[in-house]
Design a protein around this ligand. Sequence first.
Ligand code: HSE
Length: 334
Amino acid sequence: MIEKLRLARTVRHVMQKTTPLLSIRIPATSANLGAGFDCIGVALNLWNTFELHLVPGQEAAVTVESHGEAAATLPKDHTNTVARILFEELDEVLGQKAPGPLKIVCRNNVPCGSGLGSSSTAVIAGLVFAQALARRELTPENLDTLKRAVLPRAVEIEGHGDNVVPALTGGLMVITRAANGRLLTHAIPLPRQRVVVCVPDFAFLTSKARAVLPPALPRTDAVYNIGHAVLTIEALRTGDLKLLAKALDDRMHEPYRVPAIPGAIEARQAALDAGAAASCLSGAGPGILAFAGGEHERVGEAMKRCFADAGLQARYWVLDTTDSGAEISLGVPV
Ligand code: HSE
């Protein structure tokens, strides 16, 4: 039997206890992949989960409870990114009001400020929750329409789609604009790859990482990047790590960003010396992503040591790419 959630009815008949409305789990993503600056992103098997609850009787319009990564430092009120995006979208864009006091529960596994798209997961969760609250009826069948509805808005808010698009769709995605300015996304079939991502404890905000980039690029570097981006896609599509070793190089952002992260130049090289086929900055950094056919722990430890030598603590994750994107469920899955 198809279960339906009627938000209006839920609100009318709500008991004096927390009512879970819906939850969403969203994968980590690695953007750019070398030369594909702002245009290529891949989903990784590490997930943040966000729940939306209705809490009748709660005084505040919204409270946020965080577990896992950065739980102690994330705001617990309307200034939390998920809550802020939810209310901005609901009030200002969709012209609706929340049906009652809300509680958002965040279960974060994606490290914050790492280059693994954690902020994109928060933006997507806020937008999906806003869309859900604005609709009169949600059914298991129409949950996917929520994802389609939030995609262009998520890209607009983030300013580039190479994290938010693969986070929504899963897999390896190319994101660009059509000649008329409309968003153009394309999925590339991807045989599963196992990667190592090493993240130093170093604050390198995306805004800062974009500010270090020169405004223009010599034509030779642009041509270099076009060739390498095409080869990177071909290497990943065919699972050809030898080709990826030649393809994964960039002249548009890494030369400006990698030297700004202590230990990163050495960590990239150490990953290769320890057996990785290719390495690059994960998104805007500071995480380093290494593709390896084996020896994953060795690669992770080698990168970690380089950051330690530069005075930074670091953690690493061995992750598979995933074809699954954001998954929305009614209520909260047990
Ligand atoms: N393409 C983006 C950048 C990803 O490199 O700035 C970071 O969000």
